[in-house]
Design a protein. Structure first.
Length: 120
């Protein structure tokens, strides 16, 4: 029975890892530390080879934002809204994916869109 439980938890960890979960997230779910999760399931999280990614520009709502991937793999953004306001990821936050960073940057750009009231 113990072997079956270990096999099933390893499969669950590997599945979560294949969907982008981190060791920190696995540990939190199982009530153990990130280090404990890494020791328990060393192959659950695969790290792709580092690829140099050029910054990506997002132009919507009359503003622009630049998405940048850090050497650690996390994503961040900086931008300027159509109203001239400047913004960046909160407190130097890094997001797990470019899409998540783009969503936050897009929300900022929408909040600082050009005023189109009264325009046809």
């Amino acid at each position: 029975m113990d072997a079956e439980v270990k096999r099933l938890t390893a499969n669950a960890a590997a599945t979560a890892g294949s969907y982008g979960a981190s060791y920190e997230q696995l540990g939190a779910v199982w009530g153990i530390t990130r280090q404990g999760a890494r020791k328990k399931w060393p192959d659950a999280i695969t790290r792709p080879a580092l690829v140099t990614v050029r910054p990506t520009n997002l132009e919507i709502f009359g503003g622009t934002a630049e998405l940048v991937q850090a050497p650690s793999g996390g994503w961040s953004w900086t931008g300027e809204g159509a109203d001239g306001a400047f913004g960046a990821a909160d407190d130097g936050a890094f997001y797990a994916t470019a899409e998540e960073a783009a969503a936050h940057a897009g929300a900022f750009l929408k909040e600082h869109a050009a005023d189109t009231a009264g325009q046809p």
